[in-house]
Design a protein around this ligand. Structure first.
Ligand code: AHM
Ligand code: MG
Length: 338
């Protein structure tokens, strides 16, 4: 008997879940399998980052005018290659590329899905060995299969996502995803090179005790957010306040911790960035899908993130996500002090 006898690998899990959808032809399963392949390749590079010449800046700037790191480029390239190889994906939108990447070969033109991603989120943390992540969101395309995909396929509300997830390259590497039927987490076992089901059916606590926000921007926060932070710091035994402040500066890592332990992640609008910093299509929507499927909430302070009709690929939105009671309380403050 080996210690892996009872382990369910991500691949087995994906195939088993396919039977939840009668008539499914395995297209999404194949796409997710290729996401898994890319995740393993990026994981290997992230783990070797200090050893090979892959750290540091690449020399280009991405569409947001930020310096691109070499690992960003590496992750972007390998995810795109894997998605193309799956044959199930007609086009990709990435934080690293201004325009969508359309696959024009026959197999991909017939693909049912389009894919949005932040290939390496939290890239300012790469050089200092802090957790980073990949975030992804999958839509069924609107344009007919057999034609090349276009922007219309991407600019859909988050409620239309058929799957979303993230990979966290942390003290261990995990892949967490949903297809709208709960959230499951898989930890990479390097000894067998497989993601194994380690966190089945993740549910986030209704009330948490962690608040995560870059308080260095305090002066520029909306009044409601300033008041909420003060509320978090006040003493109240019944609601377990004061809360704990935790902020890594990697969305995936901050969100993942709060998902498991209970908490709120906030990246609000500020005087400097009136739309916030995070991007709707490949940061907020997928995280919102996971949050809701785990029993939490994700809003822009006014309404559900997943009900925002996108007007552009790299659109930014204010972001409040996590434990239901904490997100609702923040919204109360935002509306009261508006
Ligand atoms: P990136 O996509 O350029 O890495 O930026 C997104 C990151 C998120 O991971 C994180 O939540 C946020 O930026 C941190 O921003 P700040 O440093 O302003 O607190
Ligand atoms: Mg990012």
């Amino acid at each position: 008997m080996t210690e892996h006898n009872n382990v369910q690998t991500l691949n087995q899990f994906i195939i088993e879940r396919q039977s939840d959808h009668p008539g499914a032809k395995g297209e999404l399963s194949r796409l997710l399998h290729h996401v898994e392949i890319a995740a393993k390749i990026v994981n290997r590079a992230v783990n070797k980052a200090g050893l090979v010449d892959i750290l540091g800046e690449h020399g280009d700037q991405n569409v947001q005018g930020e310096d691109q790191q070499k690992l960003d480029v590496f992750a972007d390239t390998h995810f795109i290659d894997a998605l193309r190889a799956s044959g199930e994906c007609a086009a990709v939108a990435s934080e690293e590329n201004e325009d969508i990447i359309i696959f024009e070969d026959e197999m991909c033109k017939n693909g049912k899905y389009v894919f949005c991603m932040d290939p390496l989120d939290g890239s300012s943390n790469i050089d200092v060995n802090v957790s980073i992540g990949t975030i992804f969101s999958i839509f069924e395309r609107i344009t007919p299969r057999g034609q090349v995909a276009n922007m219309e396929d991407f600019l859909q509300e988050g409620t239309k996502q058929v799957a979303a997830g993230y990979i966290i390259y942390g003290s261990s590497t995990m892949l967490v995803y949903t297809t709208g039927n709960g959230v499951n987490g898989f930890t990479l076992d390097p000894s067998i090179g497989e993601f194994c089901l380690s966190h089945p059916n993740i549910k986030t606590p209704k009330s948490g005790t962690i608040y995560s926000i870059n308080e260095g921007n305090y002066i520029n926060f909306p009044q409601g957010v300033k008041k909420y932070i003060k509320y978090c710091q006040e003493k109240d035994a019944r609601s377990k306040r004061p809360f704990t402040s935790r902020y890594i500066g990697s969305l995936v890592a901050d969100f993942h911790r709060n998902l498991l332990k209970g908490g709120i992640f906030i990246y609000p609008q500020t005087n400097k960035n009136p739309d916030g910093k995070l991007r709707l299509m490949y940061e907020c929507n997928p995280v919102a899908f996971i949050a809701e499927q785990a029993g939490g909430l994700a809003t822009d302070g006014n309404g559900r993130i997943m009900e925002i009709t996108p007007d552009s690929l790299h659109q930014r939105v204010p972001f409040y996500t996590g434990s239901t009671n904490m997100v609702k309380k923040t919204e109360e403050f935002l509306h009261f002090f508006n």
